[in-house]
Design a protein around this ligand. Structure first.
Ligand SMILES: NC(=O)c1ccc[n+]([C@@H]2O[C@H](COP(=O)([O-])OP(=O)(O)OC[C@H]3O[C@@H](n4cnc5c(N)ncnc54)[C@H](OP(=O)(O)O)[C@@H]3O)[C@@H](O)[C@H]2O)c1
Length: 307
């Protein structure tokens, strides 16, 4: 495992974190058994992961509760716990109002059974609260010792600039993977210039870069991926063709596609961590071996040509 530091903090994180969207049976995923979810978290912590990513909305609070249960057996201080607030699943709406954010954090701390979280993100801009007002509240929470670092997620460049002008943003969490390089246009260079950690979510293109999907894939009713452009008819087939080419590069490197995809992200400027999710402990363990893969200039050039 490799470790790095969240920008403008002394918080050390493993570059391979664990995404826990599925832990607790997120209603947008196939329901994952709760014990299986806890096994995944344990598998990660047992193999060097120190960076756990959750959110209040994951499993409607259950993801945080299950992580809290696991942490009781592991001790707290050597782990970096990131969570998010500002998406209210009870009303199916977004709310970044400062008072709401404060209450959402308090609720998360209770579910996690913690006194503080290391990194707290505004999950989604709500389209009405100026982001500087929500960040100002997060800065107060930091000064009170309830969070250690400020994060934003799913922001535009303009929102990120406004947030970072209010107070130091330490991390931004965005969708970034081989099949979606949108952030390279403007947000990524801004983060590099302004010392903000990029945490890449959906690093395996929500399973597509796991390399096992075929044209026959049928996502179950209610699976959120049915709404993603990546999985739409036409796009999906194109992506499968890219996947086949990328697999050849992985073969040459003696690895598999998922490891190649994670190593590629970690080779990009500004990316301090990736947070792959999983449904099985074996997937989690396998993803962690990506930390050992070094991509040469030639490898990166070959991948760039394919992408
Ligand atoms: N900030 C946000 O708004 C936001 C949004 C989405 C996600 N996130 C965070 O990002 C994390 C990761 O995103 P994600 O879990 O949705 O997508 P992902 O990491 O891109 O893909 C995860 C899926 O890939 C498959 N997979 C994982 N490891 C594999 C392996 N070694 N080999 C083959 N297939 C493998 C599994 O699906 P199958 O077994 O079904 O193929 C798994 O559920 C989330 O858990 C969450 O913490 C944040």
């Amino acid at each position: 495992m490799k470790y790095t530091t969240l920008k403008k903090t002394d918080i050390q994180i493993s570059t391979l974190g664990l995404g826990t969207n599925a832990v607790g049976g997120h209603n947008l995923y196939n329901r994952l058994d709760e014990e299986d979810g806890k096994h995944m978290v344990r598998a990660a912590l047992d193999h060097g992961v120190t960076f756990l990513d959750t959110a209040d909305v994951y499993g409607e609070g259950r993801s945080e509760e299950l992580i809290g249960e696991v942490l009781k057996d592991y001790g707290r201080n050597q782990y970096v716990i990131a969570t998010k607030g500002g998406s209210d699943w009870r009303t199916n709406s977004k709310n970044n109002d400062p008072a709401y954010m404060r209450q959402a954090l308090e609720d998360s701390l209770e579910r996690l059974q913690l006194d503080y979280v290391d990194l707290y993100y505004i999950h989604w801009p709500d389209g009405k609260t100026p982001i500087r007002e929500s960040v100002a509240e997060l800065a107060k929470l930091r000064d009170e010792g309830k969070i250690r670092a400020i994060g934003v997620s799913n922001v535009s460049l303009a929102q990120l600039k406004e947030a970072n002008a209010e107070d130091d943003v330490n991390a931004v969490q965005l969708a970034y993977h081989m099949l979606n390089r949108e952030i390279e246009k403007d947000i990524l260079p801004y983060c590099v210039e302004n010392d903000i950690s990029i945490i890449a979510y959906g690093p395996l293109a929500f399973g597509l870069l796991g390399g096992k999907y075929t044209k026959e894939l049928k996502l179950p009713e209610g699976d959120f991926r049915r709404g993603l452009p990546l999985f739409q008819e036409g796009e999906f087939e194109k992506n499968l063709a890219i996947v086949e080419e990328l697999k050849k590069v992985a073969d040459k490197k003696g690895t598999d596609l998922s490891n190649l995809a994670l190593a590629w992200l970690l080779a990009q400027p500004g990316v301090d961590a990736v947070i792959p999710g999983g449904k099985k402990p074996e997937q989690v363990k396998s993803n962690l071996t990506a930390a050992n893969i070094q991509l040469s200039e030639e490898d990166l050039a070959e991948i760039a040509t394919i992408l």
